[in-house]
Design a protein around this ligand. Structure first.
Ligand code: DSN
Length: 426
């Protein structure tokens, strides 16, 4: 430690302890492998490489070119995609580049309502997507918690958006991408799938494949894909862009050309080549059979966790899950999302408060929490460990006002988690 910046590295050490000792249930988080971490923390951070492999605006890019090409190649194999761009710094950046490539300011997008499980960048009024574009939304049915496909279609036919977005931050069920594509075809809209959350399950065939039906796909790389923080853009098939943009000579451009230009120079400068290297490592890991075992276990754990919580009287939206996450409506337990997040935090169980569909509370309070199994599965937890997690959650939620019992629960959790090291299975 003596050569390090003590102020910063002491805090990093504390964060490492926090990550090791607690139960990480934030649905969008995971633990990367030592190899992903090494690539992300590598000397590649020093390199500027504006442009794309073989077409850079800087010298000395021969090696990072090979790294970026490897990341693209692996990602294309992983999703059976004809096109991949690995430069977006995040899922939000990936979405902003897609909008820039396909829409003009003032065009309309139809997205999944944020309060029903959607994402900020799918048209929320506080986000650039809701400020630059007109918006309309679809949601879930109040009785079932499932996407109301008929009402989505009715909204699309009435509002005639230029783009329809499927994808969510807090929706635990699979998507009927074919239905969305048929609706998009009816009104001549472009269809984007943002698979940031379930991308790891989709890559290994555990959920429906959006690449068969959606024009463009975006994802983050750090959730169920278990890579570094970042984003990507994919297309199953490249195509001549029939929307909006034409060249001065009246020619339509290929969508791949438009997407590449929209990422750089349209919305980003130099790519993060250290992160692209870490993405390449993560995609290589995801191509292995061991990743299939991992992601299958993520899904099994989520299903088991949901049924354990339901047995204790918790209301899970849509009554279960197909993927890695669950959304819990805590109104039947008389605790708000905000208090639940705090209560669980006191016991070192990390979650985030979350709006639930038809919530009567503000986004700062909320009626629910969202939990996911990607991170705890990386630590080697299996179904029987989910029973323990259910029990810990239940104890933490109802004893948090008693400092002594919170403290002893947190000790018990930390002891349990020593059996599940963060680099164990990688
Ligand atoms: N905020 C991320 C999530 O937790 O789902 C998405 O941006």
């Amino acid at each position: 430690m003596q050569n390090l910046d003590k102020d910063v590295f002491k805090l990093i050490e504390q964060e490492e302890k926090r990550q090791i000792n607690g139960i990480e249930l934030i649905a969008s988080e995971n633990y990367v492998s030592q190899n992903v971490l090494s690539a992300a923390g590598s000397i590649l951070t020093n390199k500027y490489a504006e442009g794309y492999p073989s077409k850079r605006y800087y010298g000395g890019c021969e090696i990072v070119d090979q790294i970026e090409e490897l990341a693209i190649k692996r990602l294309k194999i992983l999703f059976n995609a004809e096109y991949a761009n690995v430069q977006p710094h995040s899922g939000s950046q990936a979405n902003s580049a897609v909008y820039l490539a396909c829409l003009n300011p003032g065009d309309k997008i139809l997205g999944f309502d944020l309060s029903h499980g959607g994402h900020l960048t799918h048209g929320s009024p506080v986000n650039f997507s809701g400020k630059l574009y007109k918006t309309c939304f679809y949601g879930v049915s109040q009785e079932t918690g499932l996407i109301d496909y008929d009402s989505m279609r009715a909204t699309a036919l009435k509002e005639k958006p230029n783009m329809i977005i499927c994808g969510a931050s807090a929706y635990s069920r699979d998507w009927d991408y074919k239905f969305f594509r048929n609706v998009a075809n009816e009104i001549g809209a472009i269809l984007l799938a943002d698979i940031s959350h379930p991308s790891g399950l989709i890559a290994k065939g555990l959920l429906n494949d959006p690449l068969d039906f959606c024009h463009i796909i975006t994802s983050t790389t750090h959730k169920t894909l278990r890579g570094p923080r970042g984003g990507v853009i994919l297309m199953g098939k490249d195509f001549e862009n029939p929307w909006g943009y034409t060249t001065k000579k009246g020619q339509k451009k290929m969508m791949s050309t438009l997407l590449n230009s929209a990422v750089f120079p349209g919305s980003q400068g130099g790519p993060l080549e250290h992160i692209i290297a870490a993405k390449a490592v993560a995609f290589g890991e995801a191509l292995e059979d061991t990743f299939f075992q991992y992601i299958l276990q993520v899904q099994k754990n989520a299903i088991h966790l949901a049924s354990g919580l339901i047995d204790l009287g918790y209301h899970i939206i849509s009554n279960g899950t197909d993927n890695h996450c669950l959304l819990i409506d805590l109104r039947s337990k008389n605790i708000t999302g905000k208090d639940a997040e705090f209560a669980l935090g006191e016991a070192d169980i990390t979650v985030n408060k979350n709006m639930v569909p038809f919530d009567d509370k503000s986004p700062f309070i909320t009626s629910g929490i969202r939990i996911g199994t990607a991170a705890i599965t990386t630590r080697g937890m299996v179904e029987e460990d989910m029973d323990l997690v259910v029990n810990f959650i239940d104890q933490a939620l109802f004893n948090y006002k008693n400092k002594k019992s919170s403290k002893s629960l947190s000790k018990e959790i930390s002891k349990t988690m020593q059996n599940f090291p963060i680099f164990k299975s990688l």
